[in-house]
Design a protein. Sequence first.
Length: 57
Amino acid sequence: MQEKDVKKHVKKRYGEIAKTGESCCPSCGCGLPARDVALRTGYSEEDLRSVPDASSM
């Protein structure tokens, strides 16, 4: 798959998730704040500071 195809697929899937309010992952946050879940799944503090707070799904 070419880079442009990957970007198109990711954009489409994230758009679907945002519209439905669903998640691409099973519910495993156990009530943790989205920021904590993001950190546990590999995002760094720098990653999280670089995007709007409301973008966390």
